[in-house]
Design a protein around this ligand. Structure first.
Ligand SMILES: [Co+2]
Length: 490
């Protein structure tokens, strides 16, 4: 536009110079001719001259209006640029949810009653607004983050609570705890935002992207140092886990759906893995209650030197004590026997230990200092066993295989991108597109075939079944457990 204006000005100069010369020439001509011409002739000529000069005036007026128009357009253009710059600055400082003109209140309370079996966020101290516009570091300049729920060890481990020596030992985990508490506070704020967003009729892809943009903003995403820990799960109904929409997927959430929202946040490789179930129809209340109670019993039973099959047994007992009546039919709640909670390690979402939802698995004990995601899955009208099905969205580097020779140049380049952006953290196809890795499907397949990347397809129970899930991250500190991801909501 600016360039266009310059051209017009030069055009004007070029046009107006000859115009002036022409005017002078006309005048001279007029003078010399006047003497020779009769009165009538002179009159006639004068008429012609005035005709000519009025057309010149028309041209000038036209050019002047052109200049004026261009100046106005330039002004408009500048305001658009200023507005764009301002909104970019706003996005950087106030995050993706901020809309101009929205009044921001610092408020912790949130009514979650539209989602079944979810607690309201209670009034309390916070520096965060609704919707969130404040990054985590601005909220906690002292680097001290809220403490999770403290639970004490039971039975023969009860001595740990009062041991001064073990309390001293707790401090050795300080830096790890700080990162986890920071990630957990981000997780709480992001899921609170999600609970405000998710409503019947909305596209899951939009919800996932809004959750992810908000996570990136609040946690202050910085390469592998801080960010999202894994793709946002939004597994619907009989899909139990590992579903997030790929680009082009227009699935919506509806009033009768049961959706598991699974969000991961990491700070310096310390991962918070926590999930809850979204249902709007009260007919699922007992299913949700069964699974939430089962997860809570799993958390309660967890402890140093506790045998893992005993935790599974406690979960199974609670889960199977529930039944759900839907449209006059009674369904028992079954635990899903091949889905497990898991230990979490540095940049490694699935550690070596698994916590099943039933009494099974090797006779292994939990140990001091370990971090766990305690998650349980319950199903109605299903088999209680999941299998891989549907289009794959989740992928993750194999933690054990550090280097595998890749020949195809495109696949090699994709692996480099994965190494730099996700390393051993899980990622999804949407994030490859987002990073400009379009048309990655063949290369991704080649990396999977080479064994360096593992595909993680959706896990589903049979059609017509409904799966619920709740999950928290806890850490087994020497003197007590801390359920780091606990919130008012679940
Ligand atoms: Co998990």
């Amino acid at each position: 536009m600016l360039k266009l204006k310059d051209n017009n000005q030069t055009d004007l100069k070029q046009q107006s110079e000859p115009d002036q010369k022409q005017q002078q020439q006309t005048k001279k001509q007029n003078n010399s001719e006047k003497k020779q011409l009769s009165k009538t002739q002179t009159n006639k000529k004068q008429k012609d001259v005035s005709k000519e000069s009025s057309s010149i005036n028309d041209d000038l007026a036209f050019l002047q209006s052109l200049i004026k128009n261009n100046q106005e357009l330039e002004k408009k253009q500048n305001t658009v640029v200023i507005k764009e710059k301002k909104s970019e600055k706003t996005r950087n400082t106030l995050g993706p949810a901020y809309r101009e003109g929205v009044l921001l209140a610092i408020n912790r309370f949130q009514d979650n009653s539209e989602i079944r079996m979810l607690g309201n966020w209670q009034e309390g101290q916070t520096q965060q607004t609704q919707p969130p516009t404040v990054r985590i570091d601005q909220q906690f300049p002292e680097n001290e983050y809220p403490i999770g729920e403290i639970q004490y060890y039971q039975k023969d481990q009860a001595f740990r609570t009062s041991s001064a020596e073990l309390k001293e030992k707790d401090k050795l985990m300080d830096s790890q705890i700080k990162c986890l508490r920071k990630a957990a506070e981000c997780h709480r704020q992001v899921r609170k935002y999600c609970q405000q967003l998710i409503r019947p009729g909305k596209k899951l892809i939009n919800i996932c992207e809004q959750i992810e943009e908000m996570s990136r903003f609040i946690v202050q995403e910085k390469g592998l140092d801080a960010g999202i820990a894994f793709p946002t799960g939004c597994s619907l109904n009989n899909i139990a886990a590992h579903y997030t929409p790929n680009n082009g997927d227009i699935t919506t959430i509806e009033y009768d759906d049961v959706c598991k929202i699974d969000i991961g946040v990491q700070v310096e490789g310390r991962i918070i893995d926590s999930a809850f179930t979204v249902a709007f129809n009260p007919k699922y209340d007992k299913l949700l209650e069964a699974v939430k109670e089962s997860t809570n019993i799993g958390i309660k039973e967890a402890g140093i030197d506790v045998r893992i099959p005993d935790i599974g047994a406690a979960i199974q007992e609670v889960m199977e004590s529930y039944e759900v009546e839907i449209d006059g039919k009674i369904y028992p709640v079954k635990p899903i026997r091949n889905l497990c909670g898991h230990s979490i390690e540095y940049y490694r979402i699935h550690g070596n230990k698994s916590i099943p939802c039933v009494k099974s698995g090797p006779n292994v004990k939990m140990e001091e200092g370990e971090q766990y995601a305690i998650e349980t899955f319950g199903v109605i009208n299903g088999k209680g066993i999941v299998f891989e099905d549907g289009e794959c969205s989740h992928y993750m580097k194999d933690f054990e295989k550090t280097s595998v020779p890749i020949r195809q140049p495109k696949a090699k380049a994709l692996l480099k991108y994965i190494d730099q952006n996700f390393d051993t953290l899980a990622f999804c196809r949407r994030w490859l597109d987002r990073g400009g890795q379009n048309g990655h499907i063949i290369s991704l397949k080649q990396l999977c075939n080479a064994g360096i990347i593992n595909a993680i397809p959706p896990l589903v129970d049979v059609r017509g079944s409904y799966v619920a899930q709740y999950e928290h991250t806890l850490i087994l500190k020497p003197s007590h457990k801390e359920v780091i991801s606990r919130g008012d909501d679940f």
